[in-house]
Design a protein around this ligand. Structure first.
Ligand code: NAG
Ligand code: NAG
Ligand code: NAG
Length: 211
């Protein structure tokens, strides 16, 4: 039988800490009502189902770093309208599920994400998104980046090109992106000097290969 979550994990006013739990944890534990912060790092979770976070609409932060997650059902996070911080880094994801619109921090570094699994408009409606971390994946194209984004990590992917509409707007020479202050495109095949006129709306050039 399953041990109750708060015997296996540490529960403290609204926070649940389940890190490197023994016996090993293969699924998301049943969460106490009104959980706001879940830290379930470094376990053996393989799949996230829609029912895992079902009615825990109070969640603001979920950290699942360092599990074995290869599948997340599309509705798994869609009801979590207060969720601001989602960390899925160091897992085995090939595709992303639908993501809630209020996210501020999203980290999916170190997965196996492919462009076919990250819709071009996956982040488009996220008008609060500040940090978008997608480094160390298999992406071949840059998804749509909302204006609010400050830090964008796409290093160590398989991105071969950018164009005038990747960060700027080809039909609007007055468009500026004042928020974007750190862009990492190093470790990709794209030679950025080829696309010099694609960065004119930005105040910093991407870090990457220029020759
Ligand atoms: C995600 O988790 C890793 C490992 O716990 C941590 O180093 C990193 O700061 C987290 N990222 C965010 C954006 O919270
Ligand atoms: C990188 O992309 C090229 C096509 O642009 C493809 O042939 C190659 O297999 C990809 N590499 C990896 C590691 O996915
Ligand atoms: C530029 O193109 C985009 C999409 O193609 C369109 O939504 C927008 O209205 C256009 N802006 C101008 C200033 O023409």
């Amino acid at each position: 039988a399953d041990l109750p979550t708060c015997l296996l994990c540490v529960c403290l006013t609204g926070s649940v800490y389940c890190e490197e739990v023994l016996p090993p944890m293969f699924t998301v534990p049943t969460l106490p009502k009104e959980t706001a912060y879940l830290y379930a790092r470094f376990n053996l979770i393989e799949k996230i189902s829609t029912s895992d976070f079902g009615d825990i609409v109070t969640l603001k932060r979920i950290d699942l770093t360092g599990n074995k997650i290869s599948e997340i059902e599309d509705g798994a996070f869609s009801k979590l309208t207060l969720l601001e911080d989602l960390n899925l880094s160091e897992n085995r994801l090939v595709r992303l599920p639908m993501l809630p619109a209020k996210l501020i921090y999203f980290n999916a570094n170190n997965n196996r994400l492919k462009t076919s699994g990250v819709k071009a408009n996956a982040f488009k409606k996220m008008s609060h998104l500040r940090n978008l971390l997608l480094a160390d994946n298999l992406l071949e194209a840059v998804p749509f980046i909302p204006d609010s984004v400050r830090i964008l990590h796409l290093q160590n992917n398989n991105i071969t090109e950018v164009n005038k509409d990747t960060f700027c707007k080809s039909n609007n020479t007055y468009y500026l992106r004042p928020s974007l202050s750190e862009v990492r495109l190093d470790g990709n095949p794209a030679v950025l000097s080829t696309y010099a006129d694609s960065f004119t709306c930005m105040k910093v050039l991407p870090v990457g290969k220029y020759r």
